[in-house]
Design a protein around this ligand. Structure first.
Ligand code: 4NP
Length: 144
């Protein structure tokens, strides 16, 4: 799960998907394309909306996406088109590029829909992001 800062959207996506899969079989992690928040906990607003929905994401720490992640993971879900461009720019092969998809393609296939960045917005944004990610992760988990 990849977003820009790895403190708002992708930590939620990580927590939500992890809660829906068999953890002995599926590894879920998240990262940001930017490195400003490496080592930090998720944004308090993400922690709060997760908690309200029964998920603890306080143990997560910010990471920066690296080209090496293409070798480690089978699927790379990005939150928006800007993340898509930044991640694909690090890919070395067509197979690596093919691993990268917009997470909302799960619910709106081919419509190119972004998960809005809630960082500068109010609390409502986080609730909406949670709902979108929950729906998308349900589809991903069913397929995995
Ligand atoms: P995220 O939101 O990509 O959903 O984690 C952001 C968090 C921090 C920043 C940008 C986006 N930032 O510029 O610090």
């Amino acid at each position: 799960m990849v977003c820009l800062g790895n403190i708002c959207r992708s930590p939620l996506a990580e927590g939500i998907l992890r809660s829906k899969v068999d953890r002995s079989r599926v590894t879920v992690e998240s990262a940001g394309t930017g490195g400003w928040h490496v080592g930090e906990q998720p944004d308090p607003r993400s922690i709060e909306v997760a908690k309200k929905n029964g998920l603890d994401i306080t143990y997560q720490r910010g990471k920066k996406f690296s080209a090496y992640d293409f070798e480690t993971y089978d699927h790379i879900f990005v939150m928006d088109n800007s993340n898509y461009r930044d991640v694909v720019a690090l890919a070395k092969t067509d197979d690596e590029i093919a691993k990268v998809t917009l997470i909302l393609d799960e619910i709106f296939p081919g419509d190119n829909v972004d998960v809005p960045d809630p960082y500068y917005g109010g609390h409502n944004g986080f609730e909406n992001v949670f709902k979108m990610l929950d729906e998308a992760c349900e589809k991903i988990a069913a397929r995995l």
